[in-house]
Design a binder for this molecule. Structure first.
Ligand SMILES: O=c1[nH]cnc2c1ncn2[C@H]1C[C@H](O)[C@@H](CO)O1
Ligand SMILES: [Zn+2]
Length: 355
């Protein structure tokens, strides 16, 4: 079969479960907002700033990768800034052919200039509403839900979990924890996860990215995560195609893996795209999904991630459809709404591509 072009992939519907709002700004927007609030940047030319983010994040360490967020979080401290970033996020994803996205961010990181947690969430939702409406008017329909993240080194997870539940019928579809993984196990936030379970709410946990199996085990067996943010290190429990107990559990229970290939190469969790464990996990039929993580820091998009994988593993439309349906099945919106997007949007489009 002829190789699939990037343009064809842009036109195909895609679903994205793991994308950070503060990791997806347009470089030009960072420059403009930084000027407005007096934040000093390492580069002020948008193209050079974009390159700076990718180079600085290309560090081989999650901790150094995370340092780059100081510059995006700094310009997301006002309602106007948050609203603009969310609106542009919706437009950029829609233009890239993403039809469903769950976008996450940590409200506690946006309080430096006096906003309340509620004001942060309201501003982000206003931006998404605007962006989605504009995209729909231009013929690019996208549905966006948000995930509220708590930072794992901090101690606000219970508060953020309660915030997420309070906004569950107003755009928030789930909860997450993020930040440096080593030294900050998920069980530090057990109260928050138990609270969310009692509330019948959904959550994912960044686990198995910069730390291995114990982190994944805690996320699932102690905290009850619905999905794994990354989860790529589950391969440490697979030897020559033979699965250990934890890997078997993850596969048997169809626990979705939110894999982020380019991000993993930058933080050192994988050596290259071609050597990324996604190939093995696909062959072993785990519930694999493909994600961007941080489009700005990786200089990437959903279509680019798909194209890189198609090239590295020789994947065609049937694999790309499988990944897209996996993501849609694993979304945190209600079952009937997931099914509607699969049957009305994804399957008809891929049927044409496969014909
Ligand atoms: O891949 C990641 N692993 C852990 N934490 C991350 C990753 N990408 C972004 N973050 C952090 C930095 C952001 O400021 C925060 C909320 O989006 O989440
Ligand atoms: Zn992430």
């Amino acid at each position: 079969m002829a190789a699939i072009s990037h343009a064809d992939i842009v036109n195909a519907p895609k679903a994205l479960l793991h994308d950070h709002l503060d990791g997806g700004l347009r470089p030009a927007t960072v420059v403009e907002l930084a000027e407005a609030v007096g934040h000093e940047l390492p580069e002020t030319d948008p193209a050079r700033l974009g390159e700076w983010f990718v180079a600085a994040a290309d560090s081989g360490s999650l901790e150094r990768y995370l340092e780059t967020f100081a510059h995006t979080v700094a310009v997301m401290q006002t309602e106007e800034g948050l609203r603009r970033v969310a609106r542009e996020c919706a437009l950029d994803l829609a233009a890239d052919g993403v039809v469903y996205a769950e976008i996450r961010y940590a409200p506690e990181q946006h309080l430096e200039r006096g906003l309340s947690l509620d004001q942060v969430v309201d501003a982000v939702h206003a931006g998404f509403e605007e962006g989605c409406a504009e995209a729909a008017a231009a013929g690019k329909r996208i549905r966006i839900g948000t995930l509220l993240t708590a930072m794992r080194h901090a101690a606000r997870s219970q508060e953020i979990a309660e915030l997420a539940v309070r906004y569950r019928d107003a755009g928030v579809v789930g909860f997450d924890i993020a930040g440096a993984e080593a030294g900050f196990p998920p069980t530090r936030h057990l109260d928050a996860f138990e609270y969310l379970q009692r509330e019948n709410f959904h959550f994912t946990i960044h686990a198995g990215e910069a730390f291995g199996l114990p982190s994944i085990w805690q996320a699932i067996q102690w905290c009850g995560a619905d999905r794994l943010g990354h989860g790529v290190r589950i391969v440490d429990d697979i030897t020559g195609g033979s699965l250990g107990r934890l890997a078997s559990y993850v596969r048997d229970k169809r626990i979705p893996l939110e894999l982020c290939p380019s991000s993993n190469v930058q933080t050192g969790a994988a050596d290259s795209i071609a050597e990324h464990p996604i190939g093995l996990l696909h062959d072993l039929r785990f519930r694999v999904t493909v994600n961007t993580d941080n489009r700005l820091m990786s200089g990437t998009s959903m279509s680019r991630e798909m194209a890189l994988l198609a090239e590295a593993f020789g994947w065609g439309w049937s694999e790309l459809q499988w990944l897209t349906i996996n993501a849609m099945k694993s979304a945190f919106i209600p079952y009937d709404e997931r099914l509607a997007i699969i049957t009305d949007v994804i399957k008809p489009a891929y049927a044409k591509l496969l014909a």
